[in-house]
Design a protein around this ligand. Structure first.
Ligand code: SF4
Length: 121
């Protein structure tokens, strides 16, 4: 039997979770105060994913950068590649919340979208 210790990132309580595994399959989760922790732990040990937030450079805008996030979770091991694509990207103002600034970022099939508005100057 294998054991993994995790800290739940579902809320600020940060419950300490213990996941027990047998032959790569989760057999139990303890330490969680709510079901969110159970779901997080099972996913984290088998297929860890994250939403990535960052900023993209803007041209012709009233700000130099716009805040962005991935439209959905991406595999955790792709975070570095996603950040590289975001760093290399430039968008032209105006930008509206929800605009797709990068499609299929780092080949993940996920878009990077704007999370604030930037006016054109
Ligand atoms: S298990 Fe529930 S209460 Fe505990 S940190 Fe996760 S989300 Fe918060």
């Amino acid at each position: 039997m294998e054991k993994r210790e995790l800290t739940c990132i579902g809320c600020p309580m940060g419950c300490q979770l213990t996941v027990t595994m047998e032959n790569g399959e989760v057999t139990g989760v303890t330490g969680n105060t709510c079901m969110k922790g159970d779901i997080y732990a099972r996913k984290e040990v088998v297929n860890p994913t994250r939403i990535v937030t960052s900023t993209v450079k803007i041209t012709d805008g009233d700000k130099e950068r716009v805040s962005v996030k991935t439209a959905s979770d991406i595999p955790k091991d792709k975070i570095f590649d996603v950040m590289k694509d975001i760093d290399a990207a430039t968008a032209k103002a105006p930008v509206y919340i929800g605009d797709v600034l990068i499609e299929n970022v780092a080949g993940t099939g996920v878009s990077v979208i704007a999370t604030r508005e930037i006016a054109k100057v």
